[in-house]
Design a protein around this ligand. Structure first.
Ligand SMILES: [Zn+2]
Ligand SMILES: [Zn+2]
Length: 332
């Protein structure tokens, strides 16, 4: 918490930086590569932490220039199981109360010198589902004595892909991705069970209600056809990320001082990615935005979560300038 010394409004701006890494073996050969085997900063959250620290350093040396205060929130576990919600429950937005909150993600899908700052729905919600197909095992040469969970799960995986293409209004956005499929122990044994797990991205509640219903109907129908049973559960993980129009305007106006070409500030950009910054934005008005961090000429353009992920570090200075500028404008 950095308190300004200038008399004036006693407003508080929250700045949120996530700081977690990912279970990926780093393949970059640089002096600052991860020292921990099997763990690396493959999403840029180390950059977010550096930007927040730089902001704290600057603001702390310029307390006389602003009123109110800035609360810097270092958040763990964004990549799962989620750190924002427990921090809110522990009272991070109180004592003193946070009036507005901002945060950013360095974004390698956009080149350095650009930003995506959009009012309203900016990132998608995520739900996850788990399904176990309960068949009947047996000898690979005697399939008529079994209920083959592998054949059934293959049909389920394919059929689930028709939900977005055939059941969802094409004007709505949604993604269903199966990330896990596990079955079997040996090539000559028919597997009695198969486990399917996936994630669903969407922007509104009607869409997830329909998707959840359709997934279970598809699983139920295919299992019935084969005489198998199943278990199914689906749960909401992160809500959609929705930016406040006023705070977004404040962030956009600061960005337009920093980024000369107005076409490099994207105000319609959306992604089906999800973020637990959304929990903070459900509590207080705020804005979460992307700062372009890719530099193709320097080969700093691998996608997020890639073993060679790295970003153009001039984005760090831009991030600090964005946060400091927004704090100055918000607090006066
Ligand atoms: Zn990530
Ligand atoms: Zn991330």
């Amino acid at each position: 918490m950095i308190k300004g010394e200038k008399p004036g409004d006693d407003k508080v701006l929250g700045i949120r930086a996530d700081m977690d890494a990912l279970p990926i073996q780093e393949e970059n050969q640089v002096s600052y590569r991860s020292r921990h085997k099997g763990v690396m900063h493959a999403c840029g959250h180390d950059g977010h932490t550096a930007i927040a620290l730089g902001t704290a350093y600057y603001l702390n040396q310029h307390r006389q220039d602003f009123s109110g205060g800035v609360k810097i929130i270092f958040q763990p576990a964004e990549e799962g199981p989620g750190g924002a919600k427990p921090m809110i429950e522990a009272g991070v937005l109180e004592n003193p109360a946070v009036d507005a909150i901002i945060g950013l993600h360095l974004w390698n899908d956009l080149p350095i010198g650009s930003a995506a700052i959009k009012p309203g729905a900016f990132m998608a919600a995520i739900s996850v589902f788990n399904c176990t197909i309960l068949g009947q095992g047996g000898h690979a040469a005697l399939p008529h004595q079994t209920i083959d969970s592998v054949v059934i799960s293959a049909q389920v995986v394919n059929a689930l892909q028709t939900i977005v293409s055939r059941n969802i209004n094409p004007l709505d956005s949604a993604v269903i991705s199966i990330g896990e499929l596990h079955a079997g122990t040996k090539m000559n044994v028919i597997a009695d069970t198969a486990r399917i797990a996936g994630s669903i991205r969407y922007f509104n509640d009607d869409v997830i209600k329909l998707i959840e219903q359709r997934i279970e109907q598809v699983i139920d129908g295919i299992c019935r056809a084969h005489g198998a049973k199943y278990t199914f559960e689906c749960s909401k993980i992160y809500p959609p990320l929705v930016n406040d129009p006023e705070i977004t305007a404040l962030v956009t106006s600061k960005a337009s001082q920093l980024i000369e070409n107005p076409e490099s500030i994207l105000s319609e950009y959306q992604t089906l990615g999800s973020e637990d910054m959304s929990f903070f934005l459900q509590e207080v008005p705020g804005c979460y935005f992307f700062l372009g961090s890719a530099n193709a000429a320097e080969k700093l353009n691998y996608p997020h979560h890639h073993p060679k992920f790295d970003f153009d570090e001039t984005a760090l200075a831009m991030g600090v300038e964005m946060f400091v500028g927004c704090a100055e404008n918000f607090l006066g």
